[in-house]
Ligand binder design. Sequence first.
Ligand code: 5GP
Ligand code: MN
Length: 339
Amino acid sequence: MTKQDITAINQLLETPKKIVIVSHKNPDGDAIGSSLALFHYLTKTNHLATVIVPNDYPDFLKWIPGQDLILKYESQKEESEQILNEADIIFALDFNAFHRTGDMEHVLTDSKALKIMIDHHQQPDDFAKYMYSDVSMSSTCEMVYNFIDMLEDTHIIDINIATAIYVGIMTDTGSFRFRSTTSATHRIIANLIDKGADNTMIHNQVYDTNSYNRLQLLGCALSNLKVIPESRAAYITLSQKELQQFDYKKGDTEGFVNYALSLNNVVLAAIFIEDLQQGIIKISLRSKGDFSVNEMSRAYFQGGGHTNAAGGKSDVNLEETTEKFISILPQYNTALHEA
Ligand code: 5GP
Ligand code: MN
């Protein structure tokens, strides 16, 4: 984002606008946190802002200030489309290609609103008039902080904005441990605490609100864990039947894949989750070091993401999907041993 872009955006935001903030399908902490932070900022600066997400999000995010005002396109289609069609500006947060919004794709493609993208994923599409895209950033939330800073408005950041930004930085950095976590990230976190973000409360709300069933499901996932030592890889499977057995709720499998990656000598981890309703296997890939799961997912699993964290899907059944995964590993063996 250039100085001229910031000047132009500043001019644009001088008068009240109808603004819609959208994020990706199956929104995570960074998607919801960044959207709500920008929502509170724009509302405080006299705009009519609405957050619209493609579908529901996990219960462990349903306490962030303002989340009750979020529209879910899946269940509130008519209202969402009307607001989207009347928007002057659409902010696209935490995604960089319209197809990542699922069924909202066509509404966004047809929209005449001016688009502003704030995102940290690789290979962005070219749909935004103004684009703040930086793959080195820990999270979209960190970028929303920087965006407010570039507009010289950090004095507007209150406890609600600070809390929402904190959530997304915390979740996207694995609680400040991934390589994308920099001293600048920590400085922002320090500023957020000064603005009122309650770090202990936020951590508790997100990570210490497990249901008994979720922990039992984790037990099941861990007993399904398989290791492929020659490829320094490990994977977990969860069938629909197993999910049902433990009364699966959205978000329950969040973070499970990291247990596979935590194994000594494992640099590539995957989780394959059966979704009979959509007729797909949902895949999460994680890696240590330089091994790019973004590239692996783009090449074989219709997805993408970051170097060390990517998602994707498969249209064949659970067993065939794991067989496919195992069969593609040998070509990566050199890279996996160098990672
Ligand atoms: P997760 O495995 O937690 O669903 O996703 C890990 C990362 O990959 C996130 O940054 C997410 O935005 C991205 N991602 C997940 N699924 C997909 C997908 O289907 N396509 C693309 N391009 N990125 C994905
Ligand atoms: Mn993110």
